[in-house]
Design a protein around this ligand. Structure first.
Ligand code: AHM
Ligand code: MG
Length: 336
């Protein structure tokens, strides 16, 4: 039997440094540190039912959502890892109202900005369904000292790296630095993420649509018509499509990235900006999905072109296989 060479996340990151000839290794070191924090959080997620980590803390975050114990734990772990690594000048997190400038000796020359959703899909924690972490990395725009709000409010097109961790049937870390997408599976026996999904490519077309259909009545006309289109019988185009919705963006998008499909969280009259947050949910996924050959849109324009004005701003999102996103944009245009 031929022996298969195991490539760990750390080895891979170091190997890829040569894609960036002027790199001083800070981004590599930052990515490796995110990998370490993800392993720590994974450890707690795996024993949450035993360690008294299920359930709510009794506090709300700025978006009025109940914070779960694991939300708080994951947030603390990532913030302390990012603050201590010396490469990050400011952090924006879903769980903190304001951005967090990193003030310590080792971070005084830090170049990078991290926007993070430490534990996405919180509603799934207590029912043992997949949850995740989503992150986005930018170069700072301010000149020196601790980072500021302006460092966090950059367009998605300025991202230098983005990734997610899925705590699913296995734990995976998937990331891009703008040169394709690679996925690593955590091998619990050696405690390391190992390359399992090199150069991930999203199918251009698919037969899965993912949306919270309970909100159907509130959706814009174009989205309603697209849902009906998905349900029609037309074997030539593989319809009816399958409807798959976990309610964890990371899990829904990970499946669609592998299989082909589209994920939608549109606006409604009551929520004109949808639900999902631009900086630490939509932009990182837009970067990853585009890098894998897919598309990310508000329904009308490219997610990564939005100029952010607020840390926790939301945007409608239609993201996935390019041909499916194009089709929905067409339905939306025609309905106007
Ligand atoms: P969270 O960051 O509070 O967990 O909320 C984000 C999650 C996404 O993962 C998921 O796609 C969406 O909320 C599900 O929302 P809904 O229950 O309205 O369908
Ligand atoms: Mg979230």
């Amino acid at each position: 039997m031929a022996l298969q060479k195991l490539i760990t996340l750390d080895q891979f990151i170091i190997e890829k440094e040569k894609d960036f000839p002027y790199s001083k290794g800070e981004l590599s070191s930052l990515l490796r540190n995110i990998g370490v924090a993800a392993r720590v959080v994974n450890w707690e997620v795996r024993k949450a039912g035993l360690a008294g980590l299920l359930g709510a803390v009794g506090t709300e975050n700025i978006q009025g959502e109940q914070q779960q114990k694991l939300d708080v734990y994951a947030n603390e772990q990532f913030i302390s890892a990012l603050s201590a690594c010396g490469d990050v000048c400011v952090i924006a997190s879903e769980e903190n109202d304001e951005c967090i400038p990193v003030i310590n000796e080792q971070s005084k020359n830090a170049k990078y900005v991290v926007c993070i959703d430490p534990l996405d899909g919180s509603g799934n924690i207590d029912v043992n369904a997949s949850i995740g972490t989503i992150f986005s990395i930018y170069r700072r725009v301010s000149l020196s000292g601790p980072g500021r709000l302006e460092d966090c409010l950059q367009k998605g097109t300025e991202q230098v790296a983005a990734g997610y961790v899925i705590y699913g049937s296995s734990t995976m870390l998937v990331y891009t630095t703008g040169k394709g997408v690679n996925g690593f599976t955590l091998d619990p026996a050696i405690g390391a993420f190992c390359l399992s999904h090199p150069d991930m490519k999203m199918p251009q077309d698919g037969a899965i649509y993912s949306i919270n259909e309970g909100n159907y009545i509130k959706f814009p006309e174009g989205v309603k018509k697209y849902i009906k289109y998905c349900q029609e019988n037309d074997p030539a185009t593989n319809r009816p499509f399958s409807s798959r919705y976990i309610g964890s963006m990371v899990a829904d998008l990970h499946r669609n990235l592998l299989r082909g499909g589209v994920f939608m969280y549109p606006e409604t009259a009551k929520t004109p900006n949808g639900k999902l947050r631009l900086l630490y949910e939509c932009n990182p996924f837009a970067f990853i999905i585009e890098q894998a050959g897919g598309k990310a849109s508000t329904g009308k324009s490219r997610i990564m072109e939005i100029v952010p004005t607020d840390l926790h701003q939301r945007t409608p999102i239609i993201i996935g296989s390019t041909m499916m996103v194009d089709k929905i944009e067409e339905f939306i245009r025609e309905a106007e």
